[in-house]
Structures are given as C-alpha cells and as structure tokens.
Design a protein around this ligand. Structure first.
Ligand code: SAH
Length: 213
C-alpha cells in the first residue's frame, strides 16, 4: 500500500480537472489532492484511479466520480470539527475526503461485504471515522444526531424525513433526488420545522435501496 511520486502527480492533474469543471472550495480541492484514490480500487487499475470517472468496486457498487464527491462536499460547506453523516460508505473515498477536511465522520452502508471491507481498510491507510454502521441509511443515525451536515451518496427516490430531523439548526443535507437521474438538492435547516431548499445539477447515482437483503 504505497503512495508514490507518480500517484501524487496524477492526483494534481485530477485536481486541475475538477477545478476546471467548476469546483472552487480550496479545502475540497486540497483534500482531493491528498486522498490516495488508487488505494480504494483493486490493484491493476492505476490508470483509472485518477481519471475523473466513477469505477466499479464490487458488489455491484461504485466509487463515486471525484468531481461528484467534490461537488457534494462543496455544498456541505465542511468546517474543521463538523459532525458529518454519510449515507452509503461504499469504498470509503468520500469519507476519507471528509476526514482530510477535519470532519468527524459517521457513515452507514447497507451491503455487509462492503461494510466489512471498508471498516478494515480505512484505518489501515490512516483514516479514522468516528463510527461506521451496517444498516439502513433511510433511518439515518438517530443515536448520534444532530449533525452539521448529511451527505447521501446514492440516488434517493424521495427525501427521507429522518435525515431532515437529524440536522442541527443551520445544518445542511446534500442529497441527489430522483429515479432515473437525480437532481442534487440542498436543504438547510432554518428552524425546528423550517428548511430552505436549493436545487442544482443533474447526476446519475446508483440507487439508495430501501430494503435490506
Ligand atoms: N460514498 C461512496 C459511494 C458509494 S456508491 C464512495 O465514496 O465510494 C453508494 C453506496 O450506497 C453503495 O455502497 C450502496 O451499497 C450504498 N447504499 C445503497 N442503499 C443504501 C441504504 N439504504 N443505506 C445505506 N447505504 C446504501
């Protein structure tokens, strides 16, 4: 498991690419520049690791496209020490980006194998989330709520109410909403029962599944 000069160089190119595509937040760009994405994919795929593309990671799931990770993270407006909940741990790449930014990370994954693999893998390469849970993201993590930010990394057919309930006042939920394609949507909690909603670009995510199997 190593990070070479060559990897670092490729990563800087990736940072340039996503900057050109419109990501402005310096902290986000810096974090993308630090996380060794090639380690999150099976070996032999180095050429793919630093292209701005999603990639299969097994169990029919994908590691999100770096631009998409950056886009969602930018909308979250992460500050050091923020408590962030991620729905859909997957490879752990998004979690690592959040950890690089100094967030306290909580994440939920519904696929047992991925959950087990990523729970072992992240600490091995030096990333320590506060809590990784095997469970259903539609329910959020009520025991650890409220959160400064919640990011959903799978396409949600609707906005799960528990996720809105688990935001602090001023907290932000970033969620791709839709079936065939999803519109990136931001909710900011203004008050107990009041939320601001803003809509952004369209993306294609793997679906946020409702029933465990
Ligand atoms: N954040 C990941 C992206 C993973 S893709 C990364 O950076 O690599 C989306 C993930 O959401 C998949 O791993 C999928 O298994 C998971 N998922 C789908 N439905 C879910 C649900 N209801 N609760 C939790 N995770 C879910």
């Amino acid at each position: 498991m190593k990070d070479s000069f060559k990897h670092k160089g490729m990563r800087q190119q990736l940072v340039k690419t996503i900057k050109r595509k419109g990501i402005k937040d310096k902290n986000v760009l810096e974090a993308i520049g630090k996380v060794p994405r090639h380690l999150f994919m099976d070996s032999g795929f180095l050429d793919h690791a630093y292209q701005d593309k999603p990639f299969p990671i097994g169990a029919g799931q994908t590691i999100s496209q770096p631009f998409t990770v950056a886009y969602q993270t930018e909308l979250l407006k992460v500050k050091k020490g923020d408590k962030i909940l991620e729905i859909g741990t997957g490879s752990g790449y998004q979690a690592a980006v959040l950890l690089e930014m100094g967030a306290k990370v909580y994440s939920i994954e519904r696929q047992k194998e991925l959950f087990k693999k990523t729970s072992k893998f992240l600490p091995k390469i030096g990333y320590q989330p506060k809590k990784l849970v095997f469970g259903d993201g539609y329910k959020g993590m009520p025991d650890e709520a409220p959160f400064d930010g919640i990011v959903v990394t799978a396409g949600a057919p609707f906005v799960p109410k528990p996720l809105l309930d688990q935001l602090k006042i001023g907290g932000r939920l970033v969620i791709p909403v839709g079936e065939a394609s999803q519109r990136m949507t931001l909710f900011i909690r203004k008050d107990e029962n009041e939320f601001d909603k803003k809509e952004y670009d369209y993306f294609r995510f793997v679906p946020l599944l409702e029933d465990k199997n």
